[in-house]
Design a protein around this ligand. Structure first.
Ligand code: GSH
Length: 250
């Protein structure tokens, strides 16, 4: 025992405390980074259900707009009554269960669970290794912060340059998780993922949680280093186009 208090992260999912003061314009509100893969999962589901929502752009280095939350990561979803939900896969389930309930809940469909976990544990890490493969590609990925209206001039600069440096380090550590080099690994993971796409979607005729989860991850790399691997993949490229159409997130 060292006597040093261990910081405890709150559990994923619906949180005990309501935060109605964090609701913006009386709409469900999403705290996110513009390019965050996990946030794109939620944007895709909200889009496909036609649910209107407010967005609060959080600065990626200091997370100033999220200081109120013990979770400390994006996305955080705040429903109109102030219910806060953390962790993207849990958010997908929360939104679907309050909407049409059209896909199975966690624990009800092992295949859906497997591919939803894959989105976080494998695909999310694989894309980071490709996007942030050099300082040049890392700065390119962080360049969007220079165009975010609610960030000050100083915050834009720090977020781009410090953020670019930090993400290059993260990219290096993610690359070490896989045996193959980043591009080859992403290609391999997309081949693996294709095995779960039955018919048009993971959910066969209609998207399920695994579709939103994996589409969101890949959508975040559109326009960035390595997206050509997605575009040229025999199975994934067609599925990706169907998900864009379904969600309205192009
Ligand atoms: N398991 C979480 C992961 C979320 C996550 O890693 N978000 C990143 C942004 S892409 C973040 O907030 N990072 C900031 C930090 O960890 O300090 C989810 O699926 O929502």
């Amino acid at each position: 025992m060292t006597g040093v208090p261990v910081e405890k992260k709150p559990p994923s999912g619906v949180q005990e405390d309501l935060v109605p003061e964090r609701v913006v314009d009386g709409l469900p509100t999403m705290y996110c980074f513009e390019t965050c893969p996990f946030c794109f999962k939620v944007k895709a589901l909200l889009g496909s259900r036609g649910i209107e929502y407010s967005k609060v752009e959080v600065d990626p280095t200091f997370k100033t707009q999220l200081k109120w939350s013990d979770w400390g990561m994006v996305p955080v979803f705040v429903d109109v009554d102030g219910t806060q939900v953390t962790d993207s896969n849990y958010i997908l389930h929360y939104i679907d269960s309050n909407d049409s309930g059209s896909f199975p809940r966690m624990g009800e469909d092992p295949e859906q669970d497997r591919w939803m976990n894959f989105s976080n544990k494998i695909l999310g890490k694989s894309i980071v290794a490709v996007i942030y493969t050099s300082y040049r590609t890392s700065l390119q990925a962080l360049d969007y912060v220079t165009r975010v209206d609610n960030f000050s001039f100083g915050s834009r600069l720090i977020n781009k340059w410090l953020g670019g440096f930090i993400m290059r380090m993260v990219g290096k550590s993610r690359a070490k998780m896989f045996e193959l080099p980043p591009r080859e690994n992403l290609q391999y993971q997309l081949d693996e993922m294709s095995k779960g796409i039955e018919g048009d979607f993971f959910g066969e005729e209609e998207p399920n949680g695994a579709d939103y989860a994996n589409f969101g991850i890949l959508r975040s790399m559109q326009g960035l280093n390595g997206f050509d691997i997605v575009e040229s993949h025999q199975v994934v490229s067609g599925w990706y186009g169907r998900m864009q159409e379904h969600s309205g997130v192009y």
